[in-house]
Write a protein that binds this ligand. Structure first.
Ligand SMILES: C[S@@+](CC[C@H](N)C(=O)[O-])C[C@H]1O[C@@H](n2cnc3c(N)ncnc32)[C@H](O)[C@@H]1O
Length: 334
């Protein structure tokens, strides 16, 4: 006698109304045994027995979560003929009265799940911020926002220090170019960034960047501008290495009166005002400048911070500005 084709075994497994009902439910949702019992209104022992038959033939798989097992139809474990067989049976059985009632009861079961999570949030609303920090830390959401960057970007971390920003950027962008003048800071950055193949680290000055023209899609100058004697010179140099349309982000301190920082940390500027930063951006040919004070972190002891953003203008706009400026002396004779 010739061997029995496997499709007949699959057909035998599906030749049972309860198993078809379970499979329909598990087609779209992961459900526990007790949720399935509530929907099909059968005892747990019956449901578990049918689930075992389905699992042994590769129709469903279970995943453990805490003390529960969640079941789902396994779409990939079966061959194309079995998938075709299930499509045919599902079409024939989906409109049966019992299946429609199952779907209604399933809606109730899913609504109860939502209610449980709503109950949790209504009882913890006052403590959620603390709990969130305890569970996941204070920085994860800011780190996750880096997922919004364009993965094709080449980003400059200018005045990279020990490389914290480069580390946060590197997983999400094509390349990070990190530059700093301090050999000691760069040694720490090299240690931190050793695992990233897409980070290039250069020793160099922000006033004379070791980066060719129009190489960067974005440049970040974080907590560094207050160290440079001539911020406009640094911003003009940053503009050179940005592509037309490339983005600049500066984070630094707002104006403050901590004179001691000059001696302690070599600060040259005691922070910056929004007018000062917007003037620097304007004078160095950046467009669309924006300035925001950042919310104060309750644990921070230093002065408040700002973030300023701007774009290197597109080439056509830059040419127009250059042309206007070249006319200025004749329009305004001294
Ligand atoms: C306060 S740290 C900030 C480091 C990093 N950006 C951060 O946010 O943690 C300032 C860094 O700027 C670097 N720096 C200062 N002046 C510089 C210059 N003219 N050229 C290159 N790097 C400079 C320092 O060596 C230092 O590593």
């Amino acid at each position: 006698m010739s061997p029995k084709p496997p499709i007949l075994d699959h057909a035998a497994i599906l030749a049972d109304v309860t198993r078809c009902r379970l499979l329909q439910l598990l087609d779209r949702y992961e459900l526990t045994v007790s949720e399935l019992c509530a929907v099909v209104q059968l005892p747990q022992s019956t449901v578990s027995r049918h689930l075992k038959v389905l699992a042994d033939d590769g129709w469903v798989r279970a995943r453990r979560e805490g003390t529960s097992h969640l079941y789902q139809r396994s779409a990939d474990a079966l061959d194309a003929d079995a998938a075709e067989l299930w499509r045919l049976i599902r079409r024939q059985t989906a409109s049966a009265v019992v299946s429609r009632q199952d779907r209604q009861r399933l809606a109730g079961v899913l609504a109860r799940r939502r209610t449980r999570s709503q109950e949790f949030f209504s009882s913890t609303a006052g403590q959620w911020d603390r709990l969130r920090g305890e569970l996941f830390g204070q920085r994860f959401d800011l780190l996750a926002l880096a997922g919004l960057y364009d993965p094709r970007w080449v980003v400059g971390d200018l005045g990279c220090g020990t490389g914290q920003l480069s580390e946060a950027l590197a997983p999400f962008v094509h390349e990070v170019v990190a530059v700093d003048v301090s050999a000691a800071m760069l040694a720490a950055a090299r240690d931190r960034l050793a695992g990233f193949a897409n980070v290039r680290i250069h020793e160099g000055e922000l006033e004379n960047l070791p980066i060719e023209d129009a190489r960067l899609d974005a440049a970040v100058v974080s907590l560094t501008l207050h160290h440079v004697p001539d911020p406009e010179r640094v911003l003009a140099e940053t503009r050179r290495v940005l592509k037309p349309g490339g983005r600049l982000l500066i984070t630094d301190m707002l104006s403050h009166d901590r004179e001691d920082y000059r001696q302690q940390m070599g600060h040259i500027w005691l922070g910056f005002s929004s007018e000062q930063v917007m003037r620097y951006l304007h004078n160095t040919g950046f467009a669309a400048g924006r300035f925001h004070s950042l919310p104060v972190d309750p644990d921070a002891k230093g002065p408040s911070l700002f973030v300023a953003t701007a774009r290197r203008q597109a080439r056509v706009a830059e040419d127009a500005v250059r042309e206007t400026r070249s006319l200025e002396p004749s329009l305004n004779p001294v």
